[in-house]
Design a binder for this molecule. Structure first.
Ligand code: AMP
Length: 397
């Protein structure tokens, strides 16, 4: 998947480029953009294409309008937000059917460097079904397709995959970076290569653990998912998160780690509480001391130190999933310690999307990481070693 062509490999001067971006930004109750990170993330590719003299037609989804027009999910405020960020006019084609009169008219009269944003592609029910007619309608507006929406690259939709039946397809700079940094780390990492996994469930990350055990030198497991592994090792975990039906699998994965000589690190001590509450009374105990009526909600100090030691030795680190219930300050220390260790490291540090990305940014370490993935689900699938449909359809180098 690393050998895909990007916008850098083609000549776009004077061409109509229809580009899938991820403008799925959070809106507040008044319909204002509350966080424009995704708009900012798309700017490098947008500016590059403008500078190269392309005529740029942008499309995105926003929320889940379930295949019908719904003003709550209109991209109109995003067109304004983008215009502000670019310092340049952005024409919003407001058709409820996405490719309607206003889109057709606006795209017919474009000059080099013009930017148009289409209405939410999920206003059309065919979008998420990868419907051929809608794919063709979208394609009819442009001459070249570019995908820069890594966050939806694991989905085969009209605006990510279907459209490529009708137009030559290339990656944007964001997708190029995701593939180079994250794809590159998995396929050809500088060693030692350490992966840190956390979050709630083992079941969500079985594929990731399985694939990473083939690639990494060290695998660090924290968060709620650690307790199923601890149970598999014979520890009593009280009322901690536990997936009974995955204990057997956890044993197999522990066995695989030994077979592959992967250093597998699990918590040695944990912060426990009786209740799942921000102000619950809590204390740190060794993992063989978890009382039957207590649950583990964070990794302890000793564990933080052990995890840090492995991180310090690594030349490549990939992290997905918090070490504890980081939304509650009392149980956020483990996640913070890992974020700090990564921020201090000279290694290539890659944060899978979702909660760990949010945690790293919230703690102010965003610019200390080599790369923070813009796609939660998509980055997990990349870590699983899967081929992403939205990437596979791009032209090969
Ligand atoms: P995920 O979406 O799988 O990455 O899981 C993230 C969620 O896991 C966060 O909301 C955390 O609060 C939660 N989590 C992490 N550690 C624990 C734990 N020890 N017990 C319960 N929930 C946890």
């Amino acid at each position: 998947m690393l050998n895909k062509k990007s916008v850098r490999d083609i000549d776009v001067k004077g061409k109509k480029v229809i580009m899938r971006v991820d403008f799925n930004v959070p809106l507040d109750e008044n319909g204002n953009i509350s966080d424009n990170t995704r708009i900012i993330a798309a700017l490098p590719t947008i500016n590059y294409l403008i500078d190269q003299g392309a005529k740029l037609i942008l499309m995105s989804h926003l929320g889940r309008p379930k295949g019908e027009a719904n003003p709550k999910y209109s991209l109109e405020p995003v067109a304004q937000g983008l215009a502000d960020a670019l310092g340049k006019e952005v024409t919003f084609a407001s058709d409820d059917i996405v490719v309607g009169e206003s889109a057709k008219e606006a795209t017919a009269e474009m000059k080099d460097g013009d930017v148009i944003l289409l209405q939410n592609v999920r206003y059309r029910k065919e979008e998420t079904k990868n419907g051929e007619n809608f794919s063709q309608e979208l394609a009819s507006l442009g001459e070249i397709f570019v995908n820069d929406a890594f966050g939806t690259a694991h989905r085969a939709h009209s605006s990510t995959v279907g459209i490529t039946q009708f137009l030559p397809a290339y990656g944007g700079l964001l997708i190029e970076k995701e593939l180079r940094v994250m794809g590159g780390a998995i396929e050809n990492p500088e060693r030692p290569f350490a992966a840190i996994l956390g979050g709630a469930k083992v079941s969500d990350k079985i594929g990731v653990i399985n694939n990473l055990l083939e690639k990494v030198d060290s695998l660090i497991i924290g968060g709620g998912m650690a307790y199923t592994f601890l149970k598999a090792q014979g520890y009593e975990v009280g009322t901690s998160l536990l997936e009974e039906d995955k204990i057997g699998l956890a044993k197999e994965l522990l066995h695989k780690a030994r077979e592959k000589s992967v250093e597998l690190l699990l918590p040695k001590d944990v912060v426990i509480a009786k209740e799942f509450k921000a102000d619950a009374e809590h204390r740190t105990v060794s993992i063989d001391q978890i009382p039957a009526d207590y649950m583990g909600l964070d990794i302890g100090e000793e564990t933080q130190q052990a995890f840090k030691k492995t991180i310090e030795k690594a030349k490549t680190v990939v992290w997905n999933g918090p070490m504890g219930v980081f939304e509650m300050p009392a149980f956020a220390k483990g996640t913070r310690a890992i974020a700090e260790a990564l921020a201090d490291s000279d290694a290539t540090t890659i944060i899978g999307g979702g909660d760990s990305a949010a945690a790293v940014k919230q703690l102010g370490y965003g610019d200390k990481m080599t790369h923070i993935s813009t796609g939660g689900g998509a980055s997990l699938e990349l870590l699983e070693g899967k081929n992403l449909p939205g990437i596979e359809v791009l032209e090969d180098k």
